[in-house]
Design a protein around this ligand. Sequence first.
Ligand code: NAD
Length: 271
Amino acid sequence: MPGRLQNKAALITGAGSGIGLESSILFASEGANVLLVDINLEAAEKGAALITKRYPNTKALAIKADVGKEADIKAAVDLAVKEFGRLDNDPHDAQGIMHPEDDNALNTEERIWDLTMTINLKGVWWGCKYAILAMRENPTDESKGLHTGGSIINTASFVALMGAATPQLAYTASKGGVLAMTRELAMVHAKEGIRINSLCPGPLKTPLLMDFLNTAEKRDRRMIHLPMGRFGEAVELAKAALFLASDESSYMTGTDFKVDGGLSSAYVTAL
Ligand code: NAD
């Protein structure tokens, strides 16, 4: 059985940890060649080595890039095209930061706002820009299911859809920007066969959130609102990313794809 991403090429940022790492592994297991991009090169290389060992028929490479720098993103996309000959999937913003000093409107400093926006929002714009340029040039081979165009997945968050009295203002605003930008990009590029969707995770048991919720009190404050009574796992988001990346979601573009354990539908949760 060919994998769902057989002969395809994926570039994944934030691939050293959490959703990005799990997506890289899952995409490779479905036949994709994967470029793991992260500011933490050691973590990305570790992921690539694991994939190469587990799935020797796929190519897995790592590159250091700061998504806050346009030249770094361009270099990563150029490398993917050079090594794999094409770029089909670009769930490129599995990177993200949630700064410990990100707070409410009164306490958040401008430098925290700017840093968060640069990584979480501007980095997504640049990722989309270079992915779109590459996807337009994709060679076609209908016998192998290879077309021009591709699927871009921008990772937003449930906090872009609902308010919280435990504020992280810059993070929330950056994720709202990801949703709005993704919808517009999706409309502009729909007729080119480039699908662009947002993935909206609920709270997950990854370093990003667990480092932020560094006391039992902070974790419990959120837990009472979680319908399933647990935080999600990164691999549960990777499975959703795989669906968005594959042709199974061929008629989906511009969506806010929620994978949040029911959180955004909750009023009162079960005891
Ligand atoms: P994570 O912290 O486990 O992984 C994030 C990765 O991004 C790390 O490997 C880190 O080195 C990398 N990174 C950070 N800054 C970077 C930069 N400037 N350039 C390149 N790479 C950089 O995080 P995660 O939980 O897997 O989160 C992934 C995405 O999902 C983020 O966009 C996050 O905002 C979003 N999200 C997470 C949660 C959650 O609860 N964890 C909830 C909603 C949305």
